[in-house]
Design a protein around this ligand. Structure first.
Ligand code: GDP
Length: 180
């Protein structure tokens, strides 16, 4: 991964969506700064963060947008989706409702976003899954749902860092394959 800003050839806008408190902001912080912030809402008001990665030898700047809390009021707007080539749709594996709402987020994407947008479904907080009482969404259910809807899928832990890099990189590689 190179960070030589001067040689960036492509900029990909990616939006992060999903219910409140599923870990969207922490996932973004993990991917762009490799950090997990205890003061979770420190990035409020910041519209996007960037990270430059190398894909097939080309420097791609990922410009990753955070809802900054708008999803609480179901006020994520068309402007938020405009120009986005990829979406990370996050739910919390310990809260069933956040998975049940994924279909609603997909409707949102279908009405506001480009049909060619690449969507990565992410079940976050996998660090809590070792306690079987905490898990509320099985991996099998999510895999099946993702397959039916044509989404890519990963379970991640923004807290531990597990799979966050893999999920974002896979998404960016798929966007590259579609858009370049
Ligand atoms: P957002 O509202 O979707 O942006 O969610 P945040 O990123 O603010 O996270 C919501 C809460 O979940 C915070 O208390 C985070 O510390 C916590 N959290 C986020 N990701 C993880 C994770 O992977 N594991 C655990 N255990 N907690 C997490």
């Amino acid at each position: 991964t190179s960070e030589r800003e001067g040689a960036v050839e492509y900029v990909f806008k990616v939006v992060v969506i999903g219910d409140s408190a599923v870990g969207k902001t922490q996932m973004l912080g993990r991917f762009t700064k490799d950090e997990f912030s205890v003061d979770s809402k420190s990035t409020i008001g910041v519209e996007f963060q960037t990270r430059t990665v190398s894909i097939q030898g080309r420097l791609v700047k990922a410009q990753i947008w955070d809802t900054a809390g708008q999803e609480r009021y179901r006020a994520v707007t068309t402007a938020y989706y405009r120009g986005a080539l990829g979406a990370v749709l996050v739910y919390d594996i310990t809260r069933r409702q956040t998975f049940d709402h994924v279909a609603r987020w997909i409707d949102d994407l279908r009405s506001h976003a480009s049909p060619s947008m690449v969507v990565m479904l992410v079940g976050n907080k996998s660090d809590l899954a070792s306690d079987h009482h905490s898990r509320a969404v099985t991996t099998d259910d999510a895999v099946e749902f993702a397959r039916d809807q044509g989404l890519f899928f990963y379970e991640t832990s923004a807290l531990r860092g597990d799979n966050v890099e893999a999920a974002f990189m896979r998404l960016l590689e798929e966007v590259y394959a579609v858009a370049v």
